[in-house]
Ligand binder design. Structure first.
Ligand code: PBG
Length: 324
């Protein structure tokens, strides 16, 4: 048969395939999320996230060294408080678990980029991402002030990048202004610009003990049905001074990544969230999926869709395979 074009011609050998490969996954694309617990000697595995641990300070530093040794450029820190209250007051404490961890990491693993999650849900007794009005609604503007204080406390501890994940309107601008005011104008902001009200966050809420005690987050996080809204959210964050934009979750929202990519010239990150990790782990444990192959395929697909950076609990496992 005379076929003019045979796509298979370029698929015949490993070398040929490598030569024409459009997307390459690198260790430098990965960021590893970590949970900092108060106390000492804590290394507690999250039941729904095998291989992911809540770590106290010295254990965290140990694991961060391993992360850096694998060639992963950065970590994202989530803090767990000693105690929660209505206003999440521990979140901005210079003595909080995250603030202490940042100081230690910048001293002991100085080349590692330290990113901190800025939100209140892990610190409030009600589990919402902001301060509540008497009726239970999250008070947007009052929350902005607290978030700005949290971000400043992280920056003053030495964080390279702060990452607001609360989805209040105007928080990137409020945080930028507060950072500049205290002379932290070089601290960057990675904005969870496009964060959907997703059920894929379930395992994370176990890890951070941050499930809302009433209601849900749909009054501030985005509706999974909406794509145009993503452009608007990202544009607002660019105007307010974001340095990196993020889409979250990743795999179910590849269309959103692909839509944002040509619209914005900032680095674009994607967060492969806890539920995405848990699904792959669980299926692999049952012997239903090849864990390594599926992991690499999922990360490659996220990159192909448009992400420059991928936040993933698979970072260590993937980096170990990717090599130099
Ligand atoms: C805090 C926050 C959440 C995640 C990251 N930051 C949970 C939420 O919004 O409920 C989810 C991360 C994951 O599922 O891996 N607001």
């Amino acid at each position: 048969m005379e076929l003019l074009f045979r796509p298979r011609r370029l698929r015949r050998s490993e070398t040929l395939r490598r030569m024409v490969q459009e997307t390459r996954l690198r260790r430098e694309d990965l960021i590893y999320p970590m949970f900092v617990a108060p106390g000492q000697g804590v290394r507690q595995e999250v039941p729904s996230m095998p291989g992911v641990f809540r770590l106290s300070l010295e254990k965290l530093v140990e694991e961060a060294k391993e992360v850096a040794g694998l060639g992963i450029p950065g970590v994202l820190l989530f803090g767990l408080p000693q105690k929660k209250d209505e206003t999440g007051s521990e979140a901005a404490s210079p003595k909080g678990a995250v603030q202490q961890a940042v100081r230690r990491l910048k001293k002991e693993v100085p080349d590692l980029v330290v990113i901190t999650d800025v939100c209140l849900c892990g610190y409030t007794s009600h589990g919402h991402c902001g301060l509540l009005r008497p009726g239970g609604e999250v008070d947007n503007d009052a929350t902005l002030e607290v978030l700005a204080q949290v971000a400043v406390s992280h920056a003053q501890a030495g964080a390279d990048i702060v990452a607001p994940s609360d989805m209040m309107d105007g928080r990137v601008g409020a945080i930028r202004e507060a950072l500049d005011e205290v002379g932290q104008e070089m601290t960057a902001i990675l904005s969870y610009a496009v964060k959907y009200a997703s059920s894929f966050y379930g395992p994370f809420r176990d890890a951070a003990d941050s499930a809302p005690q009433f209601g849900d987050r749909r009054a501030y996080q985005m509706d999974p049905a909406n794509a145009r809204d993503a452009i608007r959210e990202a544009a607002l964050d660019v105007e307010e001074g974001a340095d990196i934009l993020m889409v979250k979750p990743a795999m179910p929202y590849l269309d959103i990544l692909a839509r944002l990519r040509p619209e914005f010239d900032l680095p674009l990150a994607a967060y492969q969230v806890s539920g995405e990790y848990a699904m792959i782990k669980a299926a692999a444990q049952k012997g239903w999926l090849d864990e390594t192959a599926v992991m690499l395929e999922s990360l490659l697909s996220i990159k192909r869709a448009g992400a420059d950076l991928i936040l993933t609990y698979f970072a260590k496992q993937a980096a170990a395979l990717l090599g130099k």
